[in-house]
Design a protein around this ligand. Structure first.
Ligand code: KG4
Ligand code: ZN
Length: 346
């Protein structure tokens, strides 16, 4: 049995968590997430403010994660820290603190790729969400369609050519005069919207696409955003807001469901795992379940606390890496972007 302390500071959440277990039998002992509400005032994450906020929160957040797990640092086998991708200044706070803790306590250090963390998050809640599966990771910064053959063996099938799914929600919310982050507001409004009032075309979805075509799995949301902007300009936003939100969300969801279905069918997967902040969207999860049921695949979506950025997923991915003998050196650096580890040819 191994115990891992996870640390996550890649964006605007300061988070620490403890998990323990072996292989896929892993239990979450604690999870502390401090969200930086300050960014709501600015309508987006301000990197310099994010770094400073991590700096003031990191020590109490880590201590709290240990005390909630009823453990001391000496009970921990390794410290897993997010080192990429993300805001470098924000990442460096977690990386520097993780390295110092590892050095001072003589514990091992494990470097975790943030998106690999998202791949593992759902399994903490749904023990059956194990490979092989099709993963759709949808957050404010990323949109990745990945075939997970085994933990650590990933085929990157598709990604966004421009805006991430969450970014599209946030930008459209702004066009509609809704607060940041916009995803939850759009989802709520869309429920009251008439789906036939604004039908936007489904981006990058055409019937003549075949496996091997570069756009078979990729997505693109900037055209959809422009279509929404044009609708906003033409319409009276006050009366059309919910209808436009509905039209936008329907187009985005149908696109993601179609691409995920293509991936699951092509690799004959019977499990689909969702991750990232946009996986909080119940309308999306519901549409995904309905479609996947037709091809006999189960859909696993994480609860909001595990869908959005959190250190439990970093500790969980760190446990896998630790069990495979991976250790990070004390000169570990942080990187704004870095490919997912364990990529194999698609
Ligand atoms: O994973 P996350 O917390 O942070 C990043 O790593 O980006 O994702 C945040 C994103 C935001 O764009 C937010 O609007 C979106 O997740 N989001 C949603 C919902 N809840 C959060 N998007 C659509 N529907 C939701 N219910
Ligand atoms: Zn994330």
């Amino acid at each position: 049995m191994t115990r891992i302390l996870g640390i996550e500071t890649s964006c605007d959440e300061t988070s620490a968590a403890v998990v323990e277990g072996t292989g896929d039998e892993v239990e979450q002992k604690s999870l502390v997430i401090l969200s930086q509400d300050v960014h709501k005032v600015f309508g987006g994450v301000v990197p310099e403010i994010a770094s400073r906020a991590h700096l003031t929160s990191i020590v109490p957040v880590v201590n709290r994660a240990l005390s909630e797990a009823d453990l001391a640092l000496s009970d921990i086998d390794a410290i897993a820290v997010t080192y990429a991708p993300g805001l470098v200044g924000a990442l460096l706070v977690g990386v520097s603190y993780g390295k110092s803790l590892a050095f001072a306590s003589g514990r091992a250090l494990v470097a975790v790729h943030h998106m690999e963390g998202h791949l593992f998050a759902t399994q903490l809640q749904h023990p059956e969400a194990v490979p092989p599966f099709t993963a759709l990771l949808i957050s404010g910064g990323h949109t990745l369609l990945v075939d997970v053959e085994a933990w650590g063996r990933y085929r990157l099938l598709g990604q966004t050519r421009d805006d991430a799914a969450g970014e599209a929600f946030d930008k459209v919310a702004k066009l509609l005069g809704l607060p940041y982050p916009g995803g939850p507001h759009i989802e709520r409004l869309a429920k009251e919207g008439d789906p036939s009032r604004h039908r936007f075309s489904r981006p990058m979805v055409r019937r003549d696409q075949r496996v091997g075509d570069p756009d078979y799995y990729d997505v693109s949301f900037s055209g959809l955003k422009t279509a929404v902007l044009n609708a906003v300009k033409r319409a009276d936003v006050e009366t059309e807001r919910a209808h436009i939100a509905r039209g936008f969300q329907d187009a985005l969801i149908e696109t993601l469901v179609e691409k995920t279905s293509r991936a699951a069918r092509a690799h004959r997967r019977t499990r689909v795992v969702l991750g990232g902040g946009v996986a909080c969207n119940q309308t999306l999860a519901g549409a995904m379940r309905t479609r996947m049921a037709k091809i006999g695949a189960d859909v696993f979506a994480p609860a909001p606390r595990l869908a959005t950025d959190n250190a439990a997923m970093i500790a969980r991915a760190g446990l896998f890496r630790y069990e495979h003998g991976e250790r990070a050196p004390l000169d570990l650096n942080a990187y704004a972007s870095l490919p997912l580890p364990g990529l194999i040819a698609a």
